[in-house]
Design a protein around this ligand. Structure first.
Ligand code: 13P
Ligand code: SF4
Length: 300
């Protein structure tokens, strides 16, 4: 019998998360994919995540439900230009966010996710290394600001998180009379992050919500993709959790690529139809695996 394992990122719709064997953030899903005893791994997420699963578990067939599920951090990065940029810093360590293509990963010394990026870069600085960071400009700018680093940054953004802005948040905060909080994903712009009570990965924000012990009437604004609000409200139905607005009155910021994972597309993928990640050569996968494994070893 064909063993099918379905993975779903927090940003997918509730009905997709309910079809999954494992729901999680990028790091959790990568670790789960690596250990999965499966003939087919269906990755209800975006393409770079499915590629990472294939790189970590090459024996499994990995299927992405919709071939168009990409990520703006990948499409805004021209790999030939990235190679030239990387070569212009020969004495630097190249740290890349996991939201990158397999080719991009192969040009990196370390891969990080939003969960372990602070610790890995701190570790490199403690060793006296010089670091360049790609592709997320917002995340890099936040790390430079927060820790006083001077990392040269590649310049791509998440088209979803980049829309959060200080002006809309100020307006939303002003409309709440009582306590209010902002928690934010580090792909958001710097002025949003510097005004946040907590900055962290999708799992980090979910844990913050679970552990919340402040006033029960407080409003908690969340600057990230709307899919995870389902998990947050399930965990704490007692709280007033709202997506941060991108303009007045709007709680409507979602990732078009994550939302391509429809019930029908996931069902088809579970039958082995969809975009199979079978186009990476063994050499490409080996080169991309090295910096990912370095991260997984560090994070375990
Ligand atoms: P996480 O690593 O927090 O799961 O985020 C992935 C992502 O694509 C955020 O936009
Ligand atoms: Fe990429 Fe942004 Fe979508 Fe995450 S939310 S997959 S970073 S486009």
């Amino acid at each position: 019998m064909t063993r099918v394992v379905t993975l779903a990122h927090y940003y997918t719709q509730p009905e997709i998360q309910q079809m999954a064997d494992k729901v999680g953030d990028s790091l959790e899903l990568s670790l789960y994919a690596r250990e999965a005893k499966a003939d087919i791994i269906v990755f209800a997420g975006v393409r770079f995540m499915a590629e990472t699963a294939k790189i970590l578990n090459p024996a499994a067939r990995v299927i992405l439900p919709d071939a168009q599920s990409t990520c703006s951090l990948v499409t805004q990065t021209d790999v030939a230009a990235l190679r030239r940029w990387r070569e212009s810093y020969p004495d630097h360590v190249h740290v890349s966010y996991i939201n990158s293509s397999a080719e991009h990963k192969a040009l990196s010394d370390w891969i990080v996710t939003s969960r372990n990026v602070d610790d890995i870069i701190a570790h490199l600085y403690e060793q006296g290394q010089k670091v360049i960071f790609s592709p997320d400009r917002n995340m890099g700018a936040y790390l430079n600001f927060q820790y006083g680093y001077d990392m040269p940054l590649w310049s791509a953004v998440c088209e979803v998180h980049d829309k959060f802005n200080e002006a809309a948040l100020k307006e939303a905060f002003a409309a709440v009379a009582g306590d209010k909080y902002l928690i934010a994903h580090p792909e958001s712009p710097l002025p949003v992050l510097t005004g946040a009570d907590y900055v962290g990965s999708t799992s980090g924000m979910l844990n913050w919500i679970k552990a919340y012990q402040g006033a029960p009437s407080a409003v908690i604004f969340v600057a990230t993709e709307d899919g995870i609000l389902y998990n947050m409200r399930q965990a704490r139905p007692d709280l007033d959790i709202r997506q941060a607005p991108i303009y007045a009155g709007c709680q409507c910021n979602s990732c078009p690529y994550m939302k391509m994972n429809t019930v029908e597309a996931v069902k088809r993928a579970q039958r082995g139809e969809g975009l199979e990640i079978d186009y990476l050569s063994a050499e490409q996968m080996d080169a991309a695996r090295l910096p990912i494994e370095r991260m997984l070893e560090f994070s375990q």
